[in-house]
Design a protein around this ligand. Structure first.
Ligand SMILES: O=C(O)Cc1cc(O)ccc1O
Ligand SMILES: [Fe+2]
Length: 497
């Protein structure tokens, strides 16, 4: 197995760095020991575990799931997870998390929706407080569905771990690294990488870079897998060996007061315990957190004519029981060559029975030309910055409100940290500028390399309902439809009619 070493900030919040080791592979049966000999041999649950550890199983599929899809791991820990006080509803409650989408908490909306990037708050906000649901479908209780969330945070989680009983999180950081401590060990995840935190694993997120933002897809009742490659053959797209899994890492000492925050049915509950949940000395199994660097993706593309469907860029898929119909696909639009001849190269105009939520990690997305901030708005921003240093009282709030309202009047395009939603059968495609520039003088552009960009799509067969705070958000781009309004008819025909 390959190993990679990178520094990761200490979970206790100190500035010390520790080396992080990884195991590699997708869907492997891994094993890892922080102390040699801590894993029992020949059995999972001996009468006495090495070093007096407790054996604990975490099951990610029903016990009786077919062997090829069965997922479970055995954790050998200093104290078992059960050693905690009763769960209580968290105070304050979190009003913006949804796991069962219905008319009381979300609404149907067929309009093309787009959001500008949400600002990262100034007030102390950790990953849990900064998480909010945008849209989703189905129910975590019924084990079928998904939720799409975003987060904005500026502070590491302190003396607390998150545990999501509802589903698996696929976290896509857009700004700021995440140092994720899990029961299996640590993962450092930078923008451009993604991390999967499966249902039930306890984890805590440190923000070594401070202000952070990103996207989260949560799937209920299934797990992500690699897509089949079909006629592509045995190699290509995301390769198993590029998925990295943590190695065992533990905290030995008791803790004066640790809190487990459990997301259960979209509600948060807390339980106190006198030890860190990161007390797993050794583990083995195939139910594990993992990360993947999107720059390792090996894209395939058309080499003669026409624009292939974006499914060719699927990194991970969470399947439904219907063959080829995803609960949620994670698709990327990475740097790559475009070579097709006599072809309209950007994504075609289309309507899709699947629903498409898109985000942008960096760069610009190929069908949406970014609008340059007008000079006058840029000047107003600079002036506001100067003024705010003279008028301290509420100046920051005033400045933000002023700039937000000014920006809301401007179409900022599809920006890094922003998002769009094109639901089932809602038409969409390249904006007017992209169309005009592409068709231009009718000549082929020649081989062209798309550089410095990473957009992605969460695509689902289930139609999302949208949460009210997302619809009412000041970041909602009410002028989005305008990007297509300028598309004019180029129809020319000699026949009268
Ligand atoms: O709508 C989008 O931008 C995503 C998308 C990209 C593409 O290349 C083809 C179809 C599609 O839905
Ligand atoms: Fe699309």
């Amino acid at each position: 197995m390959e190993e990679e070493k990178i520094p990761c900030k200490n979970i206790n919040g100190s500035d010390s760095t520790a080396e992080v080791d990884y195991l590699s592979g997708f869907g492997n049966h891994f094993s890892s020991e922080a102390i040699p000999g801590a894993l029992p041999h020949g059995q999972n649950s001996p009468l006495m575990c090495p070093y007096g550890l407790y054996a604990e199983q975490i099951s990610g599929t029903s016990f009786t799931a077919p062997r090829k899809s069965n997922q479970r791991s055995w954790l050998y820990r200093i104290k078992p997870s059960v050693t905690h006080e009763p769960f209580k509803p968290r105070v304050p409650s979190h009003e913006k998390l949804v796991s069962e989408f219905n008319q009381t908490n979300s609404s149907a909306n067929p309009t093309q929706l787009r959001w500008k990037p949400v600002e990262i708050p100034d007030s102390p906000t950790d990953f849990i407080d900064g998480l909010f649901t945008i849209c989703g479908a189905g129910s975590s209780f019924l084990r079928h569905g998904y939720a799409i969330h975003m987060y904005t945070a500026n502070k590491s989680m302190e003396n607390s771990a998150f545990c999501n009983a509802d589903g698996d999180f696929l976290v896509v950081p857009q700004k700021g690294r995440l140092c994720v401590t899990t029961e299996c060990g640590k993962l450092q995840v930078s923008p451009g990488e993604v991390v999967v935190l499966p249902q039930g694993f306890r984890f805590s997120i440190d923000l070594p870079d401070g202000p952070s933002r990103g996207y989260v897809a949560e799937v209920f009742g299934t797990h992500f897998q690699l897509p089949d490659l079909g006629p592509i053959g045995a190699n290509g797209l995301a390769s198993s060996r590029d998925f990295l899994v943590p190695t065992a890492w533990f905290i030995k000492d008791p803790h004066p007061g640790y809190t487990i925050v459990q997301k259960f049915g979209g509600e948060l509950f807390t339980a106190r315990q006198d030890f860190s949940p990161f007390n797993v000395v050794a583990w083995h199994g195939n139910y594990v957190p993992y990360k993947y660097d999107l720059s390792k993706f090996c894209p395939f593309n058309t080499v003669l004519i026409d624009h292939g469907d974006p499914s060719i860029n699927t990194v991970l898929t969470a399947p439904t029981e219907k063959p080829g119909v995803a609960l949620l696909d994670f698709v990327i639009f990475p740097p790559r060559w475009l070579t097709a001849e006599n072809t309209f190269r950007p994504p075609y105009y289309h309507r899709n029975c699947m629903s498409e939520f898109m985000g942008l990690i960096y760069g610009k997305y190929e069908v949406k030309a970014p609008e340059v901030m007008p000079l006058w708005l840029d000047c107003v921003g600079k002036l506001a910055n100067i003024l705010s240093s003279f008028i301290p009282v509420h100046s920051q709030i005033l400045k933000n409100a002023w700039l937000t309202s000014l920006q809301a009047k401007t179409d900022g395009g599809f920006l890094p940290g922003g998002a769009s939603l094109h639901s089932c059968m809602t038409p969409h495609g390249p904006d007017t500028k992209t169309f005009e520039e592409t068709v231009g003088n009718g000549k082929d552009a020649g081989p062209f390399r798309i550089r410095d960009t990473m957009a992605f799509m969460f695509e689902s067969s289930l139609i999302p309902r949208v949460c009210p705070w997302a619809l009412e958000s000041p970041h909602m781009d009410h002028n989005y439809y305008q990007c297509w309004i300028g598309l004019r008819s180029h129809f020319s025909c000699e026949i009268d009619g």
